[in-house]
Design a binder for this molecule. Structure first.
Ligand code: NAD
Length: 484
């Protein structure tokens, strides 16, 4: 069967792109082409912006209660199609079905929080700021917003933004990942089912040409970006150049510190899931295990044993614990880093390149890999590998562990495994990373909290999700009143 060519969603209609440029979308477990995604033209971006701009005044006047009701509807249709959404994620991305279900659940939670908009968007006031004069601060929607999103949470990341943006009364344009665009197609089919007015939500598929056209338009108010650090940094500067607000959530290299007093039986499964979940392709993935003092000896053996036992395969198989990585290019990059780690003098305890798959698989599979004797200056310790590769760094004490964390330019997440309240408190107080876990391997904030990030992991001030989202998607207007 010829794979279908994906369409854009503009002004309430599915429209074919006029661009002749198409990219193959592949199932990472089989390498089979499952769809073709257009690299849309700047004219198509202009149409989407125009549709969103035209829809804005009417949508803004729609009451927050009515806008919230659309969120309730959206939640319902997502619940009805829960398994289908999860299956599409597995097909385009490769993660295991349970992780995909988690992604759908987290997406729905954002819709649920955004449904609280009548209370989230209220302003504040103060009487008698001077005698007989009152002051009010009102929260108003600002216009057309857009997001540019990564492949690794293809359904959820746009949903970190879109529900809040439109609940606040803005109109919206999504530019999905061109590597994994299918779950956004299904999500927009669901948005179509809830009958939003045309132009309130739009989707334009493509690559940097689409992104540049969005950022260069005077009719776009702001950008939410999630992706790698070089692109995030570049787009943050470009947004500023064009007078737009931007929040750019970027790359990561996260440390998991294991203290001597950690309960290893509980910590090791959490570390496994942090490092090897989603085949390491998470911005919250643990990448470096920092073993403090003599915890190293028992920890090393337990990590290698647990990782060796992970079942790797097609994510649709419910018994599989780790799927493939997303593309051949990713696989080549990860293999390259394994070679680099050996050259740099790290000791390979478990080599994922030796993975034997049952049957002949053309998929992009690599097994869990563990290096030890990793030092912070090695490329495998510094760079975001974005694959199932763990590096173990040995340190003598807590202070050295914090130094290892701070030697990275990134500051997305960090975790500590300990039974000591003192170390947990020190960790929380001192560590410069936006999302911290204490005996938690993946410190993923729920929808009502900001998805944080610091240093080279975030460019901006207001993060996705939570109260930050409401601040980002509104203007504050101050009205000072005196009546004679
Ligand atoms: P990526 O930076 O390659 O792509 C992200 C998006 O940017 C895509 O939609 C892509 O089309 C667009 N893009 C790429 N190059 C561009 C350019 N030159 N100009 C304009 N747009 C461009 O990222 P990816 O490989 O899809 O995703 C993985 C990255 O995302 C990792 O670094 C990961 O850590 C990061 N990530 C961060 C978070 C977070 O919240 N901090 C969450 C998820 C993923």
């Amino acid at each position: 069967m010829t794979p279908k060519v994906l369409k854009n969603y503009i002004d309430g209609e599915w429209v074919e792109s006029k661009s002749g440029e198409l990219l193959d979308v592949r199932n990472p477990a089989t390498a089979e082409v499952i769809a073709r995604v257009p690299l849309s033209t700047t004219d198509e971006v202009t149409s989407a912006i125009q549709a969103a701009k035209t829809a804005f005044p009417g949508w803004r006047e729609t009451t927050p209660f009515t806008r919230a009701r659309y969120m309730f509807e959206l939640k319902n249709v997502m619940e009805d199609r829960f398994e289908e959404l999860a299956a599409v994620i597995v097909k385009e991305h490769g993660k295991i079905i349970d992780e995909a279900r988690g992604e759908v659940r987290r997406s729905i939670e954002n819709v649920e929080v955004a449904a609280g908009i009548p209370s989230l968007m209220t302003g504040y006031n103060l009487e008698d700021v001077s005698q007989g004069i009152d002051e009010d601060c009102v929260y108003q929607p600002a216009g057309v917003f857009c997001c540019v999103t990564p492949f690794n949470f293809p359904l959820m990341v746009p949903i970190w933004f879109l529900p809040y943006a439109i609940s606040c009364g803005n109109t919206y344009i999504v530019k999905p990942s061109e590597i994994c665009p299918l779950s956004q197609i299904l999500f927009f089919e669901l948005l179509e089912e809830i009958d939003l007015p045309p132009g309130v939500v739009n989707m334009v598929n493509g690559d940097k040409r689409v992104v540049n056209a969005l950022l260069e338009s005077p009719d776009v108010e702001g950008l939410s970006f999630v992706g790698s650090t070089p692109v995030g940094k570049y787009l943050y500067a470009k947004a500023a150049e064009h007078g737009k607000r931007a929040q750019c959530q970027a790359g990561a290299k996260n440390c998991l510190v294991v203290m001597q007093d950690a309960v290893l039986e509980q910590s090791v499964p959490a570390i496994m899931s942090s490092v090897f979940g989603t085949a390491g392709q998470r911005c919250l993935a643990g990448a470096l295990v920092v073993a403090v003092g003599d915890v190293y000896e028992p920890l090393e053996g337990m990590l290698v044993e647990a990782a060796s036992n992970l079942k790797v395969g097609d994510g649709m198989d419910e018994t599989v614990q780790m799927g493939p990585v997303v593309t051949q290019k990713s696989l080549d990059r990860i293999r390259g880093y394994i070679e680099k780690g050996i050259e740099e003098g790290a000791r390979l305890l478990l080599d994922g390149r030796e993975l034997q798959m049952e049957g002949n698989s053309d998929g992009y599979f690599i097994g869990p890999t563990i290096f030890t004797d990793v030092t912070p200056e090695m490329a495998i310790a510094r760079d975001e590998i974005f694959g199932p590769v763990m590096g173990i760094v040995r340190v003598d004490d807590f202070d050295q562990a914090v130094e290892v964390i701070h030697s990275s330019p990134y500051g997305n997440a960090a975790s500590i495994f300990t039974t000591s309240g003192k170390w947990a408190r020190e960790f929380k107080y001192r560590v410069q990373a936006g999302n911290l876990g204490i005996n938690i391997g993946i410190a993923a904030p729920v929808a009502s909290f900001p998805f944080s990030g610091m240093k080279d992991s975030f460019f901006g001030d207001l993060h996705g999700q939570g109260r930050d989202a409401i601040e980002f998607f509104t203007d504050r207007k101050v009205v000072i009143t005196r009546w004679f």
